[in-house]
Design a protein around this ligand. Structure first.
Ligand SMILES: Cc1cc2nc3c(=O)[nH]c(=O)nc-3n(C[C@H](O)[C@H](O)[C@H](O)COP(=O)(O)OP(=O)(O)OC[C@H]3O[C@@H](n4cnc5c(N)ncnc54)[C@H](O)[C@@H]3O)c2cc1C
Length: 399
């Protein structure tokens, strides 16, 4: 690759914040809510013009279970709050009636999981209104593109948007970019997902007047994990890192072609009652890059006690497993004031497939946002104080 030198120039200071949340997906929404609720002056920076990330713009509209599949609720706090918010205006598939009613029995809860399918557009507006009500400043259409550090702390983030390039002074940062962008930009050690992503092409259409999702390119099965699901039909043999601009463009182009292919395969053509209504407007990548955390969570940590647990998550793939999420899996040794949330926390490749889903992103988002409001040095933070704050906010920490 050829390189050219960019001339140093003075750039405007956009503002100074206690907490900057980078990325407005589910993890970023949860983190921003947690940070503002703990008194932090909070800015959420999002490169698209809507909230929700993969869950809304990526059309992944299934809020996977916050229960263990054995009738027990696992994730609480903002994870449950966002699930309820996603269906607050009444549009939903798979309404979890037994879980939302107080007098339901274990038997009833065993018949359905505590999950929902939501309307993406509704959820992105409701989430935006919630953040604004709670004094989170949102800056849309803005990419964080550089970070400056001193003594292992990021003190300035550089952003680019319609106004050009500007800078933000920060006390602490939540990296909810999905791809550990802040860790990478600040020069911290990161790890890429070894296998790369399969091609996905989820889209919505109407079929005989019925509005429905088509989850094309369903999901991947890790090589070394015994999995009883039917193997997914691959749309392409190509794998995508999700970390290269040109590659992401090609991935989206291939995905668009697959949508059209799938839609026209029925032979009905475009007519009343049969049309594509929504396609994803961001690339549908699952696992890309994560920081090398102080701790790296693995699938074998099922039902393991972690003294520094900041919340509980279940395994969407099978009933039974429950994981305590150690605080150490959210930050690394290289940066004191940057914390990960969502699909870029520190876990092994196998565990990644468990933690990347919406409920887990809310759990880690809430923990990261709360920690970021409390400290700008996560290694020095009194974890007991953080845990007390999370418990007060409804989070259950241990199994
Ligand atoms: C095809 C597919 C199917 C899936 N199925 C399900 C499912 O059925 N149920 C489920 O629960 N989960 C599912 N998942 C996983 C889940 O949707 C995501 O992993 C989860 O929503 C990720 O949330 P997040 O907030 O961590 O990241 P993201 O949703 O990726 O959000 C990151 C946000 O950060 C923004 N951003 C990124 N970089 C920058 C930057 N430098 N500056 C500013 N903003 C930035 C992005 O625009 C984005 O909005 C699926 C994923 C895929 C791809």
């Amino acid at each position: 690759m050829k390189f050219i030198e960019e001339k140093a120039k003075q750039i405007p200071l956009y503002g100074e914040y206690d907490v900057v949340v980078v990325g407005g997906g589910i993890a970023g929404i949860a983190a921003a809510l947690a940070a503002t609720r703990h008194g932090a002056k909070t800015l959420l920076v999002e490169k698209q013009f809507a909230l929700g990330g993969l869950a809304t713009l990526g059309l992944v509209t299934i809020y996977l279970p916050i229960c263990d599949g054995c009738g027990r609720q696992v994730s609480f706090g903002i994870a449950e709050e966002l699930l309820k918010l996603s269906i607050a205006k009444g549009w939903e598939g798979r309404y979890p009636e037994a879980w939302l009613r107080e007098d339901s029995t274990l038997e009833e809860k065993l018949k359905q999981r505590y999950m929902v399918e939501f309307n993406a557009q509704m959820f992105m507006i409701l989430a935006e209104q919630q953040l604004l009500r709670e004094n989170v400043e949102i800056l849309y259409g803005t990419s964080v593109c550089a970070a400056e550090t001193e003594d292992k702390k990021v003190h300035t983030l550089f952003i680019e948007n319609k106004s050009g390039r500007s800078a933000i002074r920060v006390k602490s940062v939540v990296d909810a970019s999905g791809d550990a962008d802040v860790f990478a930009l600040a020069g911290a050690k990161t790890v890429n997902f070894s296998k790369g992503n399969i091609l996905a092409a989820w889209y919505y259409g109407t079929e005989d007047g019925k509005y429905m999702i088509h989850p094309i390119g369903c999901c991947d099965v890790p090589d070394n994990e015994k999995d009883e699901r039917k193997g997914p039909e691959l749309l392409s043999n190509r794998r995508f890192t999700g970390l290269d601009g040109k590659e992401l463009s090609e991935m989206v182009e291939m995905s668009h072609a697959q949508v059209l292919n799938h839609f026209t395969a029925g032979g009905k053509g475009i007519c009343e009652g049969h049309m594509i209504t929504t396609i994803a407007t961001i690339p549908q990548v699952r696992m890309t890059r994560r920081p090398e955390g102080k701790f790296t969570l693995d699938v074998t940590d099922d039902h393991k006690y972690f003294e520094d647990s900041v919340g509980l998550i279940s395994n969407w793939k099978k009933p039974g497993p429950i994981y305590e999420v150690p605080f150490g899996s959210l930050y690394g040794q290289d940066l004191k004031n940057v914390i990960a949330a969502g699909r870029c926390i520190s876990n092994t490749d196998n565990m990644w497939d468990v933690t990347r889903v919406i409920p887990c992103c809310s759990v880690t988002g809430q923990a990261a946002g709360t920690a970021a409001a409390m400290s700008d040095d996560f290694d020095a933070l009194d974890v007991k104080k953080l845990q007390n704050a999370l418990e007060k906010d409804g989070v259950v920490l241990h199994i």
